[in-house]
Design a protein around this ligand. Structure first.
Ligand SMILES: [Fe+2]
Length: 490
């Protein structure tokens, strides 16, 4: 507890510096430096203290928030105190459940519910032996909202450099602060996979250490690098997570939530069992038929085409995924993996339905637009490999890219910036005045049953390989799986 208090004091210092930097900023202000890297190092502690491990996530809708945090094995029962008062007066208490981590710590999960619109809430995550500081978040006043979208944050452990995680967490935190200095009302961060490079607990602790993570809802996605370890599952608590999947990844599955007038579908594109994804989207869409925007996040970029050696895999992914976008009228796909920025034409299946080359907006597109952004900690070199034929706009830079997406009931505007230059290098608006409810659910092509069957078999094979990798690396701790559990990834 003493240690928690020491760390809390240092985190408080970081927070106060950050708050000081944010006061007086306004929309379109230049990015403002927060703490320096030296100051960050000084305050760095990568142990699993209660405050560092807290991650706030969206709820099923704006009346909820999901939380997860770490605490030692002997912490007793966990709970969250929530109040509209900064001193937590008249608090409401929400009980937490916990799972035991491979390191024999506890990962607590809680949901706070009954949230009113346009209200600032204060919360503290607690156990019988530990308590976090008080943090706050704000609920939306209307269906308009703004989101940060990034991918491939790649907080990475580096055995040769023990400060690498600290340094890369700082880069991530600075990016969040740059976005918030432009628009302090941003309420959610969308991350399209590869939050960490090795899937290790220390990497996710680094990610969670960014002070803004305590007030922004963080919506992540499983990337191929997240799957290298098993810690992802212990850091994120998401609503409507798919528990029905026969075959899934060890570290989690698809989930959905509604924010404003947008349905977000966060999908695990490492899982080739398309049967699960089709059923999951159908359930999510049926539960929210009138929500105007359908935004799907998954890790693997389909159309950028920058990395030639991946094109065979990409073609398989296009065969698997594009029929689902058509069937469910997905407006926008946010992805990553290539670490190259691109926005596609309006796509129908695998082909261009409407070219967007030279355009900065589109009205009522009859198809899906796919986007990928650069990596936060692993930007690509300035080489200029050939682009996919369906790309409408691409941007090459070694700087750190972040995107702010503004949602209204009828428009979705993407503004893309780099941290270093502070410049907006691309703006793109999708206007949609036709209600989503007037668009009919489509049909899958005749061959898709084979895609589902082969995809499921491939995923079971993948799970077995992954299971032995995890065991060999000693990542599962005392967890043991039967053969069927190993095959099914749970
Ligand atoms: Fe990546």
């Amino acid at each position: 507890m003493k240690k928690t208090m020491q760390i809390s004091a240092s985190v408080l210092l970081v927070l106060s510096l950050l708050l000081a930097s944010l006061i007086g900023t306004s929309v379109n202000a230049e990015p403002i430096p927060t703490v320096s890297l030296d100051e960050w190092y000084e305050q760095w502690d990568n142990d699993a203290d209660l405050d560092a491990g807290i991650v706030l996530a969206p709820g099923s809708d704006e009346t909820e928030r999901y939380l997860r945090w770490y605490a030692p094995a002997d912490s007793g029962e966990g709970y969250v105190l929530l109040s509209t008062d900064a001193d937590l007066l008249n608090f409401e208490r929400f009980e937490a459940t916990f799972t035991v981590t491979p390191e024999n710590d506890r990962s607590y999960a809680a949901v706070v519910t009954g949230l009113a619109a346009d209200t600032t809430y204060y919360y503290s995550c607690r156990t019988q032996t530990e308590q976090s500081k008080t943090y706050s978040f704000k609920t939306l006043a209307s269906s308009d909202f703004s989101a940060i979208y990034v991918n491939d944050i790649h907080v990475s452990e580096d055995e040769a450099d023990e400060l690498n995680i600290a340094k890369q967490s700082y880069t991530y935190s600075t990016m969040l602060d740059a976005a918030l200095s432009r628009n302090a009302d941003i309420s959610i961060a969308l991350s399209a996979g590869d939050q960490a490079s090795e899937g290790l607990r220390e990497e996710y602790l680094g990610l969670a250490s960014a002070p803004a993570m305590k007030s922004l809802s963080f919506a992540g996605t499983i990337g191929n690098h997240d799957k290298k370890g098993v810690a992802y599952k212990d850091f994120f608590n998401y609503p409507n997570e798919d528990t029905q999947a026969a075959v899934q990844s060890y570290i989690g599955g698809d989930y959905w939530f509604v924010k404003g007038n947008a349905l977000f579908l966060s999908m695990d594109s490492n899982n080739s069992s398309m049967q699960e994804h089709d059923r999951f989207i159908e359930e999510a869409v049926s539960a929210n038929p009138d929500v105007q925007w359908r935004v799907l996040m998954f890790h693997h970029e389909l159309f950028g085409g920058r990395i030639e050696s991946r094109e065979q895999e990409n073609e398989l992914l296009r065969i698997c995924w594009t029929p689902l976008m058509d069937k469910y009228n997905v407006d926008l796909v946010l992805s990553g993996h290539s670490h190259y920025y691109s926005i596609s034409n309006v796509m129908s299946g695998k082909t261009t339905q409407q070219s967007l080359v030279g355009q900065s907006s589109v009205s009522n597109p009859e198809g899906t637009i796919y986007m990928a952004s650069g990596s936060i900690n692993r930007p690509r070199s300035a080489e200029d490999p050939p682009l996919g034929e369906n790309v409408a706009f691409a941007y090459l830079t070694q700087e750190i890219i972040y995107n702010i997406i503004d949602f209204t009931d009828t428009t979705l505007t993407i503004n893309s910036y780099t941290v270093e230059s502070g410049e907006c290098f691309n703006t793109f608006t999708i206007e949609k005045t036709i209600p989503q409810s007037e668009r009919e659910i489509g049909k899958l092509p005749f061959y898709y049953s084979f895609v589902k069957l082969l995809g499921r078999i491939a995923m079971m094979g993948n799970n077995i390989g992954r299971y032995y990798d995890y065991r060999t690396a000693g990542l599962l701790g005392n967890r043991k799986f039967s053969l069927s559990e190993a095959l099914m990834g749970k």
